[in-house]
Design a protein around this ligand. Sequence first.
Ligand code: REY
Length: 422
Amino acid sequence: MLRSPHRRLAVGATVIAALAGGLAPAATATAAPAPVTTTTTPAASTVPAPNMEGVVAALNAAMANGAPGAMARFSGPDGVRSRTVGVRDREAQAPMDIHARFRIGSVSKTFSSVVLLQLVQEGRLELDAPVNRYLPGLLPDDRITVRHLATHRSGLADYTDAMFEKTVPGFEAVRNRVFSYQELVDLSLAEPRTTEPGVAYKYSNTNFVVVGMLIEKLTGRPVADAYERRIFKPLKLRGTSYVHPDTRVKGLHARGYLHPDEAGAPLVDSTEQTVSWAQSAGAVISTPADLNTFTSALMRGRLLSPAMLDAMTAVTPTDTTNTRFYGLGLRRYDLSCGTQVFGHTGTVQGFYTYAFSTRDGRRSLSALANTSNHGAANTALGGTLEAAFCGKKPAAAPTARAFTAPDSATDLPAERDLPERH
Ligand code: REY
């Protein structure tokens, strides 16, 4: 019998919690992966206050690692705190703006997953049914289920690895292209599959391309309509859109700057592109405020039934650190202070994004650096999570170029923190 990697966990607090909750029987090749960890919510009195100095230090570290600008917005019981550093437009030297729109990359997967799970909720789709039941003949293996897609356990190769093997030529070759979903699936199917269905987590954009196909098949409408009707409108996400294959980011926005593979080569302005290579796997545009509203509303149960939210947040590990997990189109990170946050990361040319919320939806953070293909900048940006949710102080206070961004009247927090002075 094939065994899932989640059976080889190191012993840790989460695993002990999982054992207390009881592990499901060993998975067969096609069985849905058993959730192996449980969620813990700290008592209100133990919740650390966000350390905005730490957030700024993380943003500056992203800049020190090649990002032209960066920003983060924290929403919590004590209000909203925003920080921006650097520029949103290098040519105009326009400062980063907390209200700027940007490409959120794979945070789009969480939006797609919400739509998918609403369809399950409505009885139009079964998570453990073969994808081929709904899209006859699409996949070469009837054992691949809808849940396998949403958990990245289908074994369908990620066509973007080959597409972007050479970063800038790869990008320029697709920046204005319009792909059909079928064409993207065909690119994946031309490659060997990576695992047997259900056996192992292997992140692949192909999974969420097929999720997009399922949404369009079952609703009879473009995915844009489903996002709009089911998420953007009800949550009043006015800075959020899905405009594929339009290449522009409308309104106030951050420009994206792609790092070429060759060290020292000039950054490539990658703002305008169709993102057709990603579509339902990564083509949503949003803002920090909207992302916080989205992750928080999701966790508060405003988008899904309790049963579907439980399904979405039932996670298995993505690596051996025992701190990183994946549910259904949703990541869970276990932070150093024990706080668990749910959300997604995104990488699309020129933009690194983090959008996470606590399980109770009371605290959320989104962060952007307007660069990509530069892992150190992404790692540095991830430091905003520890600062925001664990109150972590920066190791050393670097030269900060931050200022507190004004929030619009509707965003005004119950209690404003004082502007940073540098
Ligand atoms: C695609 C490559 C990354 C981006 C990707 N993004 O799969 C999805 C996600 C939507 O997870 C590009 N890297 C970069 C390269 C590497 O070209 N050779 O870093 O912008 O968000």
